[in-house]
Design a binder for this molecule. Structure first.
Ligand SMILES: [Zn+2]
Length: 395
């Protein structure tokens, strides 16, 4: 595609990337104002659908496994404990993705999604797998590119303290760490956050996170709450304000320039009636303007303009799960309804039991492929919406 920037030099240009490559990719996204969709995968079928879309549109992609998705990868009938199944399943998914991803020709960030306090043994298991994968001298590469820890339901102080400990372990593992502060409404992987009140994060809270984590490593990103909701819900319950991220960036930038102890305006978000976006300077260098790498959670159902506003304020990753689930199911439903007569019996139809065999209709490769094609389209739409399409044109 003409007019696209030249992609950065990575140690690995296709397949799962790790270490400094992850940071270089996020810096590239920040500089050229695009975000990489993070697609939740629960099977080899959803994995290849996401990869196919990235290949078609020449874009980097993030594949992520949730705690429940990991256990599903292991199989619902597997005889393992809850966290053991999550660890085994996510490691199996990682090995599959690592093996197939290079064939799709684009860089892939292999990530684990929300880890809540009660599931920390899962995160520990994955980090241990990363450390083991690096070998006895610790010089090899980790299994995963990146993990997410979500202790936002704890008090902020406890959240930051524990997240910091996990960032120390991530340094040893050689992985990126995404954290969450404030609460994203709605339901994610069976956890309901709807009644919580911390739906907008204050700039001073982001600064606390940034300052404490930066002492350990630069390789982290923050999911802040700006009225976003996990899943697709009734409109109007909370107001989405992606421009609040601009207030965070402005505050952090001022703190970095003037010193941590300096008095800086804008530590707290004003009351409703005084709340308005910052005036924008389109010529300002996005790297200087946006010191924090932000992640947009609960992206399903949001408008394109809202994504672009968030991307302008340093969002480099957008999570999409619910929309993908619907796209996948949408095609299966249509397939089953249109072909119902040929799917009720292995041969013929109920009215004509002597008709031709129906193998061509009930073979999982027929209807699952329809699901994949529908999901490919939805991932492609996201790549275009987030300006990621064409950002990995290498030749
Ligand atoms: Zn979240």
């Amino acid at each position: 595609m003409p007019g696209q920037p030249k992609p950065p030099q990575l140690n690995r240009t296709k397949g799962v990337i790790v270490g400094d490559d992850v940071r270089t990719l996020f810096e590239y996204a920040r500089k050229h104002k695009f975000a990489i969709p993070a697609i939740n995968v629960t099977s080899s079928s959803t994995t290849v659908a996401a990869l196919e879309a990235a290949q078609n549109l020449k874009a980097p992609i993030i594949l992520q496994v949730s705690s429940g998705g990991s256990a599903f990868f292991a199989g619902k009938g597997v005889k393992l404990g809850k966290h053991e199944a999550m660890v085994e399943g996510s490691v199996a998914a990682a090995n599959f993705i690592r093996s197939i991803a290079p064939s799709y020709g684009v860089p892939v960030v292999l990530h684990s999604d929300h880890c809540h306090p009660e599931d920390l043994p899962w995160l520990d298991g994955m980090l241990d797998a990363d450390i083991a994968h690096r070998g006895p001298d610790g010089k090899g590469e980790p299994l995963f590119s990146s993990h997410m820890i979500d202790l936002s339901e704890l008090a902020d102080e406890e959240n930051i303290k524990t997240t910091r400990q996990y960032l120390e372990k991530s340094v040893k593992a050689g992985t990126w760490l995404e954290m969450e502060i404030g609460v994203t409404g709605g339901e994610e992987d069976g956890k309901n956050n709807e009644k919580n009140t911390k739906l907008y994060t204050n700039p001073k809270d982001i600064w606390d996170v940034y300052r404490q984590l930066s002492e350990v490593s630069k390789n982290f990103s923050i999911a802040a709450a700006f009225g976003n909701v996990h899943g697709v819900y009734k409109v109007g319950a909370v107001k989405l304000r992606p421009w609040l991220l601009g207030k965070h960036q402005k505050y952090i930038k001022a703190k970095l320039e003037k010193g941590a102890d300096a008095q800086v305006e804008g530590a707290e978000i004003p009351d409703e009636q005084d709340l308005h976006p910052e005036p924008e300077d389109p010529n300002e260098d996005p790297e200087k303007k946006n010191p924090v790498f932000f992640v947009f959670h609960g992206g399903s159902g949001s408008a394109k303009g809202e994504f672009l506003t968030a991307i302008g304020h340093g969002v480099v990753k957008v999570n999409l799960d619910t929309d993908m689930q619907f796209a996948y199911c949408d095609a299966v439903r249509d397939y089953m309804v249109y072909n119902l007569q040929r799917l009720e019996t292995p041969v013929g139809t109920r009215k004509d039991p002597n008709g031709p065999p129906n193998k061509n209709f009930f073979d999982p490769r027929k209807w699952m492929r329809e699901a994949e094609k529908s999901m490919v389209k939805r991932v492609e739409e996201a790549l275009k919406d987030f300006n990621a399409a064409g950002k990995w044109e290498t030749s």
